[in-house]
Write a protein that binds this ligand. Structure first.
Ligand code: AHM
Ligand code: MG
Length: 293
């Protein structure tokens, strides 16, 4: 699917700047928040878990932007209308801390942002921008908008350009598939065997989609959290994870699929609906659709 967006450049820039500006606060809060919501930290204080804390920050800051009229996150059941705005505006759907279970083992996590020009839940075709912040050894941010895909270093809450026009490399070399292997469908298991049989491909799976996606964008390859026997809709959520990642990968020249069509074509039925996610180099995702066909 060809991504074509040319609206709201200033508003999108402002949203991206706001997300980057919050990254240091979220990162600095991580060491003290390796607890669940209802647990106490070693000092005996009860506090919000890291993902709930990040969600509060994003609602406060993004919700105060004039261009943002709706805010939704993985952490909240319902869409939050943000007050005092003009009637038409953008809707932001956020996974505040994707892969937050990696906090316990001190591995990669990230924030995923989807900007829709429609009320939520919205269609993939209503996306006008998407981005993610990656909390790795360094903090980086990948954005996708009318200018294509751009990678930034996030330093002191500011975006510093690292690479313009990021494209998926032509010779893919990494794959990462979620879900327990015995829980995969037999068709997906067949596809995995094909990928594994290719000597140029090696397994990289980190438990945080953002980390795995960033490897796919860096080295080329495929990431999937497929339909499972026990969960035919998979694990990941369309509005907060599937759509924005598909938008970024497709903008970088790759392909996305729910198994038979682009993730951006999946009909939204519920804010928290789940969807099987497969994204990566065009030929790998095409082959997957053939096998799952
Ligand atoms: P989360 O949004 O609750 O963190 O869950 C999403 C994460 C993804 O980042 C990752 O790909 C997947 O869940 C990992 O799941 P699993 O532990 O089943 O491998
Ligand atoms: Mg997530």
């Amino acid at each position: 699917m060809a991504i074509q967006v040319d609206s709201y450049p200033e508003e999108i820039g402002e949203i991206f700047d706001t997300v980057a500006a919050l990254a240091p606060a979220i990162r600095e809060a991580l060491p003290g928040r390796r607890v669940q919501n209802d647990e106490t930290n070693p000092s005996g204080e009860t506090q919000l878990a890291a993902d709930a804390y990040a969600d509060e920050l994003f609602l406060e800051e993004l919700g105060s932007l004039d261009s943002v009229v709706e805010y939704a996150s993985e952490e909240r059941t319902k869409v939050v209308p943000t007050d005092g705005k003009r009637e038409t505006g953008l809707s932001v759907a956020i996974d505040p801390l994707d892969g937050s279970s990696n906090l316990k083992s001190n591995n990669t996590m990230g924030t995923i942002v989807a900007v829709y020009d429609a009320p939520l839940p919205a269609e993939g075709a209503d996306l006008v921008a998407a981005a993610y912040v990656l909390f790795g050894p360094i903090t980086t941010m990948m954005t996708a908008d009318a200018d294509g895909v751009t990678e930034y270093l996030v330093d002191d809450g500011q975006r510093e350009l690292l690479e313009e026009d990021v494209r998926l490399p032509d010779d893919p070399s990494v794959y990462g598939f979620g879900g327990r292997v015995p829980d995969w469908t037999s068709d997906f298991a067949t596809y995995a065997e094909l990928v594994e049989a290719d000597e140029s491909m090696k397994l990289r799976y980190g438990g945080a989609m953002i980390g795995d996606i960033n490897q796919v964008l860096t080295y080329g390859g495929i990431f999937a959290y497929p339909a499972l026997e026990s969960a035919p809709v998979g694990k990941l959520r369309l509005q907060f994870e599937g759509n924005p990642i598909a938008f970024i990968i497709e903008s970088a020249g790759g392909r996305s699929s729910d198994g038979s069509q682009s993730l951006l074509e999946v009909e939204p039925t519920d804010l928290h609906q789940r969807v099987p996610v497969h994204v990566g180099n065009d030929e790998l995702v095409e082959q997957l659709e053939t096998v799952l066909g």
